[in-house]
Each structure stands twice: as C-alpha cells, then as structure tokens.
Design a protein around this ligand. Structure first.
Ligand SMILES: Cc1cc2nc3c(=O)[nH]c(=O)nc-3n(C[C@H](O)[C@H](O)[C@H](O)COP(=O)(O)O)c2cc1C
Ligand code: SF4
Length: 445
C-alpha cells in the first residue's frame, strides 16, 4: 500500500487498491477516460503532442529530455508514409532503479492507456514494450492486462469503435543493461545482439526495422493520461519551473525504509531520506548519496539539502537520472563502493568503442587494487585522467559516460579519502569492508 503523502499525488493513487491490476478496477477509478476523450472528441494528434510538450514533462528514463518535444521529431506523415512505432523502455536495469516495476505490476492499465494515447499522438500503429527479463511478474501482469484490454476492444483494430488501430506487443529482455539504451533496445527487439547504433540517424528517422520510432520510459508514458485529462497548467503547477510534475523516487541503501515514493520535483533530498525513508539506518551518519542511480555522481552528505530537480542536482555536480537515490552510511569505504559499480559497467560494456571497452576495465582494475590495499600514490590522478578520456559523449552510447561520471565524482568530491586509501592501503577509519562478503559470493558462484 502506497503511504499517504503530505502533497497531492496521482502516480501511485491506484496502487494500494485491491486487484489494482485488473481492468474492472482501473475503469472504476476513471481508467481509459482520457483515451475515450481523445478518440471520441476527437483530439488531433498534434493537440495531444502540444499538451504534453506544454506540460514540461521530461523523460523519466534518465536523460530528462522533453517528452513532447521528442514526439515532434517524428517525420510529418504527409511527407513520410512509412510505418511508425512507439517503443516503451521497461528494461529498468540501472542499479538502484526499481520504480517502473511498481507501475507495471500494480497499475498495468495505466501504462497501456498512456501507450495508446502516445501512439495516437505520434501516429504509431504498434507499441512494443521491452521488459527487463528478470521482471517475470511484470511480464505476466502486463501480458494479462494486454489480453484483457484486447478483449474489451481497447487494443487492436477499431479501438473503442473508432478508426484508431493500435497493437501492443511485449518483448522480454535477457538480462543485458545495454539493451536499456534506446538503440541497443531496438537492435535487441529486432532479434539481434543489443549493440547500440551510431547516431545520427536518430530513432525518429530510422528506428525499429528502419521505420520512424519514438522510445520512451514507462514512467514518462504513465504520466500522459493524467496530463491529457487535467491539462498542461495543472502539471506545471507541480514541481519547479524546469522540472514539472511528481516523480517516483526509489530509495535504497542504508535507510530504514527503502521503497518507491511519489514526490514532487524540487523536494529536498533530506526530506526524502529523513521523512519518507526514515533516516539513515541504525542511527548512523550519512556519508554519500547518489541522486538518481549508479551512473549519477555520488554527492557528499553536505549536499543533502539540494532540491531534487534537474537544474538543482546539476548545479550540485550530479544528475537527477532516474530519481533513484542510493544512500551510503559512514561505515562504507567509497573506493570499495565505486569498485563494485565499476565492475558492473565493465561487465555490461558491449565492447564496440575502445574508450568504453578498455576504460571500464582499467577503472575496475585500478579501483580494485586501491580497495585491496595495493594502490599507488598517483592512482587517483590516473583514475581521473582515464575517466576524462571516456566522457562526455566520446562513444557510440552513454554507457561510457555512465561508468566515468561516478568515478570523476568520487575523485572530486571525496579526494582526501581516495588519496589516503591509495597511499596508505588502509580502509578509512570506522569503515567495514564490503568486499569480504562479495569474495564469499564469488567463491560460491
Ligand atoms: C546504458 C544505458 C542504459 C539505459 N537503460 C535505460 C532503462 O533501463 N530504462 C530507460 O527508460 N532508459 C534507459 N536508458 C535511457 C534510454 O536510452 C532513453 O534515453 C530513454 O528510454 C528515453 O525515454 P524517456 O525520454 O522517456 O526518458 C539507458 C541509457 C543508457 C546509455
Ligand atoms: S559506449 Fe560502451 S556500451 Fe556503448 S556502444 Fe560503446 S562500447 Fe558499447
């Protein structure tokens, strides 16, 4: 049951209802009314795009790009008669991120309604939902919801008795983080290895099977029916000028009550940690925190009053990313924490670009030797120069940046700790190694 929040909510309002995943319950709570309105009035597709653009909705998949603006990149149908597609990114593999799963499992029809309205806006004839392979429950619940919707005339030909046709298909990933990158996702959907494509051409010009395609995150599209029904002004009244609406903050790590919370953009990170998540666990002190998943740079405890919106977090030296906060307490060595993250990126690099393929391996090795007490005095400088060679935007996709950014943040924001660890070979005072447990896991793997 989603806890009651002290501010207006909408994203998780249906989540606590019994059988919230069923069509009947969704309809009892106003479900599919926005789609009916769009199709029966009917709205022009450009009108739907305009309201979403005016709302200021920014993508919730990590990059924070304007959703409505992205839709306008689709070619003019009068001049380009190719088939058009919408791909929904439900890969959700960024460490720390677990919010799309809640929507898919608890309110799948909310996502489907968002898909249908968005497909109408960009004139897509089909929607492909690419779901993380490990999310077996999401896959099962979504498939049942698609079947229910199809049986009720909400998916397929002549939706709600109108001339609007739209299919919705699901595709199961196979556990590769890189398939969450939008062009890697499309390659994978086409049945190929999930290697990101060089850009340009961008998906709107050359997407799935070479046809115009828009790729959007689950939470981005989930917002669409609310915006259509309540208007752009309502959406802009929540959050900050540059970051509008509520977002789902998944908070994990060393807090008393990890979970997914619906919060307005611009709320302070402290309020999320202390009031919603119950504070740092076991009465310990906060040492560092990631604002939006492992690819956003770690910030120090002193930055905890930063508002959680795109501009404020950028000014603080990080990124809002997927809004997935990871909290680290005073007993953790940050070199060890970053080593665990670096290993993830090294493992997930697809290997097409040398900066990423080689860089992620070197970051992993250098952090490993510092963490193991075999660091060298100049290792922090080496880490920095390596990471600078990997980002920003030097490679086919942003995985290289995702690996480099947290390393750069570590050597900048926690310079003294990293230098001391590399020089003395000892964990910082009061820290307990997290690698011992990991060694044990590896021995049993
Ligand atoms: C390595 C990598 C992994 C990504 N994984 C995801 C993901 O799991 N889910 C997601 O929505 N976006 C992910 N993205 C971002 C997508 O490429 C894309 O920007 C996003 O799906 C667009 O949706 P939005 O505009 O609605 O945010 C990833 C990007 C990179 C570089
Ligand atoms: S940046 Fe890394 S993951 Fe992305 S295409 Fe290049 S090698 Fe592959």
């Amino acid at each position: 049951m989603a806890p009651k929040m002290p501010w207006p909510t909408y994203l998780l309002d249906r989540v606590g209802l019994p059988d919230s995943h069923k069509l009947e319950v969704y309809r009892q709570h106003g479900g599919y009314a926005a789609l009916e309105d769009v199709l029966r009035k009917p709205w022009k597709p450009e009108e739907v795009t305009a309201v979403v653009k005016d709302s200021g909705l920014r993508g919730r998949g990590g990059a924070g790009f304007s959703t409505g603006l992205k839709w306008t990149f689709m070619p003019d149908p009068a001049k380009d008669g190719r088939r058009r597609y919408l791909a929904i990114n439900a890969d959700e593999s960024e460490p720390g991120t677990c919010k799309d799963r809640v929507l898919m499992e608890k309110d799948p029809h909310g996502l489907l309604e968002g898909c249908l309205i968005s497909a109408y806006a960009i004139r897509a004839e089909a929607v492909y939902i690419y779901v993380r392979g490990e999310y077996r429950k999401s896959l099962a619940v979504l498939q049942a919801a698609i079947d229910e919707a199809r049986a009720a005339g909400l998916v397929g030909k002549g939706i709600l008795g109108t001339s609007f046709d739209c299919e919705i298909w699901m595709h199961m990933g196979a556990g590769a983080y890189i398939c969450g990158e939008e062009t890697g996702l499309m390659e994978s959907l086409e049945g190929k290895r999930g290697h990101p494509r060089p850009k340009p051409p961008f998906p709107a010009g050359y997407g799935l099977w070479g046809q115009p395609t828009t790729v959007n995150n689950v939470e981005s599209i989930f917002n669409v029916p609310f915006i259509v029904q309540r208007g752009a002004e309502w959406f802009r009244s929540i959050g900050t000028k540059g970051s509008t609406g509520n977002f789902l903050c998944g908070i994990s790590g060393h807090v008393e009550r990890p979970g997914v919370y619906e919060v307005p953009m611009g709320i302070s990170a402290r309020q999320i940690v202390e009031e919603l998540a119950g504070g740092v666990w076991k009465g310990r002190k906060l040492k560092a925190w990631f604002p939006g998943g492992s690819s956003t740079g770690m910030l120090p405890a002193a930055a905890i009053d930063t508002p959680m919106d795109h501009d404020s977090i950028k000014n603080a030296g990080s990124m809002l990313g997927t809004g997935a906060m990871i909290v680290i307490d005073e007993t953790v060595s940050l070199v060890e924490a970053e080593y665990v993250i670096a290993r993830f990126y090294e493992h997930e690099s697809c290997g097409q670009c040398s900066q990423c393929r080689e860089g992620t391996q070197w970051l992993d090795q250098i952090l490993h030797r510092i963490a193991r007490g075999h660091g060298r005095v100049d290792d922090p400088a080496l880490l920095e120069s390596l990471a600078r060679g990997m980002a920003p935007a030097k490679t086919i996709c942003a995985l290289s940046d995702a690996a480099a950014i947290p390393t750069l943040a570590l050597v900048k924001n926690f310079a003294a700790e990293v230098q001391e660890h590399a020089t003395t070979g000892r964990l910082p005072a009061g820290c307990v190694s997290i690698l011992a447990a990991q060694d044990l896991q590896e021995a049993h793997a």
